[in-house]
Design a protein around this ligand. Structure first.
Ligand code: FAD
Ligand code: 2HG
Ligand code: ZN
Length: 468
């Protein structure tokens, strides 16, 4: 082991190979606190050449690598196992914007660039990089690509895989694939870029990316709307799509339990609608600087929605500060639920038309497994994606953990029966690797294993993640 540590030190310099407990602590526990491993070392390369050197050294020594960006993943995929034999390869020092071309609509970045910094770089040339996540102050574009992250702008702009034009990847044997061409048209065979998107660090280390930029949308009209049911929310979505067209950029849902947690745990949060409702949606229209009338359009949509019984009441943001406050009610849910205690996360997609029935039917099934569970249901209803996160009965964290396998099985079985997906946007990581394979067909799992074996025959890239 001393040999490999010496070799890593010569690759990146002594200061960037961390082994002391206090130094590695933040890199070995995930954001949820559920996955806590140990690392042989945390290595922090500063360039693609250094990443290649580190990966080649590990390949020669037969040492497994866990790539890590901002460590905000929610499925335990970015932290090492408890063996203490894996190396965490952190991209945190690779934070350069390599090139911006507003006319071509491209930005080329190091994988360690933090998503919020990418937004700032796009804004500096009057463009938009649309991906928006609650974790954007910490997550990195490499992690976003590796998980094919979603977020609140998918409705209008698509998942991460729709925002990428090319990648630079260090392969498991240390060779570098330079796919940073950034062309919109390139029909020359298999799409290698897309192969690495969503591969969760199991096929190689993403070191750079060319991403798509869009026209800036500095104008916003934002509302927090009380709706009577998930069905009503889905009908309101249809109305907003017809009336606002491409201006509709966000359509998010949250149940009352989710909002109550934000109000209870996040300082400064307040309810803009006095009469409590079972469900709420956050709706936003966005447009260019020259586009007037978004507020009027939103007001008209909501007026018609109230008349049609699809909404009970709405608060429209009258200032940037009010817009931020409405967004906080939605974006603060993860953090607030974490403060509340044990949470069992499920990130599911179903056909939008069946979401309402599915969510209603699930409650009695789960109540039978564990009475008193608190379904905190929210998410990207416009994408058919609900975060069906169960909080423990009050004071019942241990009971929730004991019932977790049965609760999750009931949810996943029902999602599979409805032809949905058990992971809409967070990936499989360690927490869902086994379930991921068991809800896919044998053919699909065989193809995935064949790809993994072709690229990483020694199984050194993030073992145990994505494929069990
Ligand atoms: P990490 O957590 O460091 O790693 C995630 C996975 O990617 C791991 O498997 C890791 O090995 C791999 N990886 C990381 N970097 C690389 C690389 N350079 N090359 C190869 N593999 C790599 N996710 C959503 O999809 N939508 C949301 O709305 C959303 N909201 C969130 C809100 C909060 C408050 C939090 C805490 C998380 C949220 N997430 C969301 C989850 C998380 O932020 C995303 O999965 C994000 O893409 C992870 O980025 P990261 O840099 O933190 O990756
Ligand atoms: C969100 O949409 C994220 O807020 C996080 O995907 C969901 O914490 C979660 O389960
Ligand atoms: Zn989400």
């Amino acid at each position: 082991m001393t040999d490999i540590l010496d070799r890593l030190r010569s690759a990146v310099g002594d200061a960037h190979v961390l082994t002391a407990d206090a130094e590695v602590a933040a890199f070995v526990v995930d954001w949820t606190g559920t996955y806590a491993g140990r690392a042989l070392a945390v290595v922090r390369p500063g360039s693609t050449a250094e990443v290649a050197d580190v990966v080649a050294a590990c390949h020669e020594a037969g040492v497994a690598i866990v790539p890590q960006g901002g460590n905000t993943g929610l499925v335990g995929g970015g932290v090492p196992d408890p063996s203490g034999e894996e190396v965490v390869l952190s991209l945190g020092r690779m934070r350069s914007v390599r090139d911006v071309d507003p006319v071509a609509g491209t930005i080329t970045v190091d994988a360690g660039v933090v998503l919020a910094d990418l937004h700032t770089a796009a804004e500096a040339v009057d463009r938009l990089f649309p991906m928006s996540l609650g974790s954007e102050g910490s997550c990195t574009i490499g992690g976003n690509l590796a998980t094919n992250a979603g977020g609140t702008a998918v409705l209008r702009y698509g998942m991460t895989r729709e925002l990428v034009l090319g990648l630079e990847v260090v392969l498991p044997d240390g060779r570098v694939w330079d796919g940073l061409r950034g062309l919109r048209k390139d029909n020359t065979g298999y799409d290698l870029t897309q192969l690495f998107v969503g591969s969760e660090g199991t096929l190689g280390v993403i070191t750079g990316a060319v991403l798509r930029l869009f026209p800036a949308t500095p104008r916003h009209a934002t509302a927090w709307v009380a709706v009577p049911s998930v069905d009503a929310a889905v009908s309101l979505l249809g109305l907003a799509q017809s009336r606002a067209g491409a201006h509709l950029s966000t359509f998010e849902i949250a149940n009352r339990q989710a909002v109550d947690l934000v109000l209870a745990h996040l300082p400064g949060a307040s309810d803009p609608i006095s009469e409590p409702s079972d469900w709420y949606v956050l709706v936003e229209l966005a447009g260019a600087a020259t586009e007037d009338g978004l507020d009027d359009a939103l007001e008209a949509i909501l007026g018609d929605a109230v008349e049609a019984g699809l909404a009970a009441d709405a608060a429209i943001a009258g200032s940037p500060a009010q817009r931020t406050a409405l967004w906080a009610l939605r974006e603060g849910i993860s953090e607030a639920q974490k403060v509340e205690g044990a949470t069992l996360k499920h990130d599911v997609t179903l056909p939008i038309a069946s979401l309402a029935t599915w969510a209603a039917d699930m409650v009695p099934v789960l109540e039978e497994v564990l009475p008193g569970i608190r379904p905190v249901t929210y998410g990207h209803v416009g994408d058919g994606n609900l975060h069906y996160n169960i909080s423990a009965p009050v004071g019942g964290d241990d009971a929730l953990l004991a019932a977790a396998p049965d609760l999750s099985r009931a949810i996943y079985d029902s999602v599979a029966a409805g032809r949905g997906s058990i992971s809409a946007e967070h990936g499989l990581g360690r927490s869902k690797a086994v379930a991921g394979s068991s809800y896919k067909s044998g053919v699909e799992v065989d193809l995935m294993r064949a790809l993994k074996h072709a690229l990483d025959p020694r199984g050194l890239m993030n073992p145990g993640v994505l494929l069990p």
